[in-house]
Design a protein around this ligand. Sequence first.
Ligand code: SF4
Length: 298
Amino acid sequence: MVVTKPKRKSVAADFMMKPAKGQKKSRENPVSVVSMDNETPDKWLTLSLDEVLESDQKLWVEPRRYFRGSGAGNECVRSLTFEAMGHRVPFEARVLRIFGVGNAIEKVIVDATKKSKILVKGSDQLEGKIVDPLIICHVDLIVKRLTDGQLFLGEIKSIKLENFKRLPPEHGPTRAGDSPLLKNHAGYVKQWNTYAWTPEVDLQYGFLLFENKNTQHQKLYWLERDDVLHEEILKVHREAFPYILEDPQMVAPIPMGLDPGLGQGACRWCDHKYLCKRIPKKGADYDEVRKIDAKLRG
Ligand code: SF4
C-alpha cells in the first residue's frame, strides 16, 4: 500500500511520510504504512478487531443430550433438536461486541448486589436442573431482601434504546403467564419461569431487570412463577427430548403450522432456517444433516 502524499503539513503527516530507519526516501521506494486517503481509509485495524472475535466460532459443536434453560422460550420442537445436535450459525463481530457489552452490564449489576450485601448466589455458583426432560439453567442471581430475608430470583437483560422505549410499564408481582412482557419478550419470561421451577432455585418470586444499553436506565418487572406456563414449556421440550436421546441423534419433523420456506412466525428469526429448508420434512439423522450442511457451508 502506498501513502498518498498529504497536501497539508502536520506532525502526523511528517511521521507517516518519514522513511524507516536505514531506508532511503525516494520515488521508487515509497513508505508502506497506513493510507492517508480519507476516502479509502485503511481497514487493517477494524479487520483485525473483527477477525479476532469471529475466528473462534464453530459451525458445529459437540452434540448434547439436554436442553438449555436460556432457550426455554423456543416453541419449535425441530429447532430444539437442531440446537442440541450442535448446529451453530456464527455471529458477526458487531453482534459479538453487543454480547460483550451485555456481559459487562450484568457484571456491574451483580457487583452492586455484592457490595450492598443482598447477593445470595451469582451465576458462577448456581446451576439449576429440570429433570424431565433434562434442562440445564445458569441462573444470573438470587438476592435477599434485608428487611425480612425473602429470596428473589433475578435475570438481567440489556436492551437497545428503541426496544427499551417499547417495554410495557413496570409492574409488581405478576404471574409470569399474565405479564405484558410476554408480548415481545416471551423468551425471557419463559426462561425466568423455568429457572424458578428448578429444585436448586425453587423460588416463588423474582424479577426481570432490563437495562438500556444506550442510557443505562433500568426497568424492573416483578414476577411470580407460573405452573401453567411451566407445563406449556415442558410439553414442547418433552416432545423434542426423544429425538436428542436417539443414537445417532435426530432432527425432529417440521411441526404443524410452521414452514421454513415462508419464514413466518417462529421461523422468521430462526438461525436454522437455511438448513431446515433443505432437510427432509419428516426429519433426518445426525450424519445426514451434517452431510447436507457440509455441501452448503463446507
Ligand atoms: S425454520 Fe422454522 S420449522 Fe425450521 S427449525 Fe426453525 S422454527 Fe423450526
